[in-house]
Design a protein around this ligand. Structure first.
Ligand code: PBG
Ligand code: ZN
Length: 330
């Protein structure tokens, strides 16, 4: 038998393994890293309870009773969390979600309570209606349709109420056309010219939101396919984000994250705005349940998935793992 390895031009071989030979080398040549500074922790605040309520489909996540919000936020701050996204569990639902724009409504109270307890905590106010409407849709429903333009007015009112209560960032997730322009106009008209809009600009109608619907006690029957995006559409996904940029968004977002890394990359290459990505409830649940079954190493999978989202082009990541990561010391 001929020794075929002699024919290989070994001196000029590309040997990628050279840079992987020790932990220190591997660290030195790491291309992408993430830190707590890049993470936003989404939280659920229940105005109607006094106890933490575990969310069965999201092991490790509980609804926070409103009267314990301050203490909980202080705990997050001590662990190193710098930013939260607020979701309210409303017991004052109506057809339009009017509690969201009351100066003493749950959206406003979450912002003011958090800012009072930890002034440096960044409060991103999820700006939508589905947790506050009796039908569970993200806006005004008329003849079975979610009315885009009527919803825009209400989004503006909610954004103003949240910002006046202290929210640092307005994050519209209603997936209405024109939502950024409407919110920008409402904020500016109320002297809130310094409040940024972080739009959920490319938001897919994803089955991965399943656990969130339990977490938020959404009343939704049916789906959101008439306003959220078709997961199969890449060109349209870029148009969605660029439309929000043109309306004056300060930052853009792709949601969900892990199954949409191609979209994150494509939008990253199409804009100079900051870009976030949301590792949603179903992504969280898949990792938690697989780890509980002994199938995967949770800590490693969490780092790998979040690292991959960053590598794809996201500057910041919204993730329910943020507190776990903070406690593990990243
Ligand atoms: C509501 C909203 C949803 C999520 C964030 N904001 C649910 C939905 O659109 O149905 C999903 C978050 C998650 O699944 O973690 N507009
Ligand atoms: Zn909604």
């Amino acid at each position: 038998m001929t020794d075929w390895t002699k024919k290989l031009n070994t001196p000029t071989f590309t040997r990628l393994r050279r840079l992987r030979r020790s932990p220190a080398l591997r660290e030195l040549f790491t291309e992408v890293e993430f830190s707590l500074d890049d993470l936003v922790l989404p939280i659920f605040v229940d105005e109607g309870t006094t106890d933490f309520t575990p969310i069965k489909s999201m092991p490790g996540v509980s609804r926070i009773p409103e009267n314990k919000l301050e203490r909980e936020i202080e705990k997050y701050a001590r662990a190193g969390i710098k930013s939260v996204m607020t979701f309210g569990i409303s017991h004052h639902k109506d057809h339009a979600g009017s509690d969201t724009w009351r100066p003493d409504g749950l959206v406003a109270r979450m912002a003011s309570r958090i800012k009072k307890s930890v002034p440096d905590m960044i409060v991103m106010s999820d700006t939508c209606f589905c947790e506050y409407t009796t039908h569970g849709h993200c806006g005004v429903v008329h003849n079975g349709d979610v009315e885009n333009d009527a919803t825009l007015l209400n989004l503006g009112k909610q954004a103003v109420a949240a910002a006046q209560a202290g929210a640092d960032v307005i994050a519209p997730s209603a997936a209405m056309d024109g939502q950024v322009a409407a919110i920008r106009a409402a904020l500016d008209a109320n002297g809130l010219t310094g409040t940024p809009v972080f739009s959920y600009s490319t938001k897919f109608a994803s089955a991965l939101y399943g656990p969130f619907r339990e977490a938020a006690e959404s009343a939704l029957l049916g789906d959101r396919k008439a306003y959220q995006m078709n997961p199969m559409n890449r060109r349209e996904a870029v148009r969605e984000s660029l439309a929000d940029e043109a309306e004056g968004a300060d930052a853009l977002m792709v949601k969900p994250a892990g199954a949409y890394l191609d979209i994150i990359r494509e939008i990253r290459d199409a804009t100079r705005l900051p870009l976030g990505a949301y590792q949603v409830s179903g992504e969280y649940a898949m990792i938690k349940f697989a780890a509980a079954a002994g199938a995967i190493d949770e800590a490693r999978v969490v780092r790998e998935t979040i690292g991959a989202i960053k590598r794809a082009g996201a500057d910041m990541i919204f993730t329910y793992f943020a507190m776990d990561l903070a406690l593990q010391g990243i």
